[in-house]
Design a protein around this ligand. Structure first.
Ligand SMILES: *Cc1c(COP(=O)(O)O)cnc(C)c1O
Length: 430
């Protein structure tokens, strides 16, 4: 054993043994080329964002806010131009009045569908919270209550698109096709922008006037292009995930065709008012600076996910995506196969947090879930999942879903802490 490095000393302060820290270094040294590629993507996206800000003429005045009706809010309107440029769309709606990702998606759907229309998901079941928006689970105010029907075509068992099934599902009523980029908390693969593009071409070949919306949550800035460049009419997401860069304390966005965005604006505010109202209050500096940081923050989260995948794969656990797969979102699943594993992992993530590190997360009966769920989050922004966070249902196969990390050193600390915890509990041997 060589001389203890300075950095081992400070890891030791965090309760991380030299063996665990060395194991981490070994894994990291095998990831240099992957990380270099991620840095290159971040560099490209950083330049894309700066270029968009320069082109839109972002000025100091844009960082001020309005109150009341918010007429002529220069900063808000300019930020929407910046988003439209970044996503290569005609227009965008980026507002703190859009309360979360589910709200942004519901808004995009409700404003672009009319009674008698049908919504189609050709990629299987959408994200949990959309079940109530659509009315898959009966719910007050759902699309179903407004006479909008829903059809779903599942992915093939090996993850491919069921092209024949999709062709058969598209009919005279089909108005909008929703595609979820991220696997979310399912086990299917996340879709690359290229694959989303193939699916969109197929759908539009069958029915050219159909609108395509992509749920872009967790996918922004993972690649150098976005689904809006692959034919999507709208891309939709949350500002407390990737595009908020960890700084946005609330918000959602819809970027897309002018008419789609206008429809959404009319629904968010009111017909006739559309984008003209909606005071930004004091929130714009966080939105601008968050977007500015988003490419590198996303790259940090991505490195954390890949680091965790490689650590736990090496130790024999099932990981999705696997250690070497190409990435299209920032979520990492690790299957521990026991409740103790899930709990030890989450406790480790919590213990590495800058906020609430002293809290011990416990499984609880979360509304909408059958099993108890344990969650680890010590975030500056409540519920922010671009910050280092993890959650796992206490039910077979006992998998943890892990995401975020505003900086790679923090993601690394969380992962090493989780590993140390698992070692201390005797679940793994290092
Ligand atoms: C997070 C997420 C949502 C919903 O966003 P909330 O902000 O939690 O409402 C929708 N779809 C996907 C794929 C997500 O990851």
């Amino acid at each position: 054993m060589g001389k203890m490095r300075e950095i081992d000393g400070i890891y030791k302060q965090f309760g991380i043994s030299e063996a665990v820290s060395r194991f981490g270094e070994e894994i990291l040294s095998s990831l240099r080329e992957r990380f270099r590629q991620i840095d290159e993507t971040a560099e490209y996206n950083q330049l894309k964002v700066i270029w968009a800000m320069q082109e839109a003429g972002v000025s100091e005045a844009c960082l001020l806010g309005t109150t009341g009706y918010g007429y002529n809010d220069l900063g808000r309107d300019t930020l929407e131009t910046v988003y439209a440029d970044v996503f290569r769309t005609e227009d965008a709606l980026v507002r703190p009045q859009i309360t979360c990702g589910t709200h942004a998606l519901a808004l995009a759907l409700m404003s672009n569908l009319r009674p008698g229309d049908e919504l189609l998901s050709p990629v299987g079941k959408p994200y949990d919270t959309l079940e109530e928006v659509i009315g898959i689970r009966p719910s007050r105010g759902s699309l179903a209550e407004y006479g909008i029907t829903y059809r779903q075509v599942d992915l093939l068992p090996e993850g491919g698109f069921d092209y024949e099934g999709i062709r058969a599902a598209i009919n005279g009523k089909t108005r909008l096709v929703t595609i979820q980029r991220s696997k979310g908390y399912q086990t299917r693969p996340t879709l690359s922008v290229a694959r989303i593009g193939e699916l969109i071409s197929f759908v539009k070949q069958i029915k050219p006037d159909v609108l395509v919306m992509v749920d872009n949550c967790y996918g922004e800035f993972v690649e150098t292009t976005e689904p809006s460049e692959a034919g999507a009419d709208m891309v939709v997401g949350s500002l407390i995930k990737n595009p908020g860069g960890g700084l946005a304390p609330i918000g959602g966005y819809i970027a897309g065709k002018r008419e789609c965005v206008e429809n959404a604006a009319c629904r968010l505010t009111s017909p006739g008012l559309a984008k003209e109202v909606g005071a930004s209050l004091g929130i714009l500096p966080a939105f601008y600076q968050g977007l500015f940081l988003a490419p590198t923050v996303t790259s940090s989260a991505l490195k954390g996910a890949i680091f965790a995948a490689n650590i736990y794969e090496k130790l024999g656990f099932a990981v999705v995506p696997d250690g070497s797969e190409s990435r299209h979102d920032i979520i990492q699943a690790v299957t521990f196969g026991s409740p103790e594993g899930v709990i030890a992992f989450c406790e480790g993530i919590q213990a590495a947090a800058p906020v609430d590190s002293f809290v011990k997360p416990e499984p609880w009966d979360m509304p909408g879930y059958d099993a108890k769920v344990i969650m680890a989050a010590g975030a500056f922004v409540s519920g922010s999942s671009i910050e280092l966070s993890a959650d796992g249902p206490i039910a077979p196969p006992y998998a943890v879903y892990f995401q975020g990390g505003l900086t790679f050193p923090h993601a690394k600390l969380g992962i090493l802490k989780s590993l140390q915890n698992l070692a201390d509990c005797g679940i793994v041997r290092i």
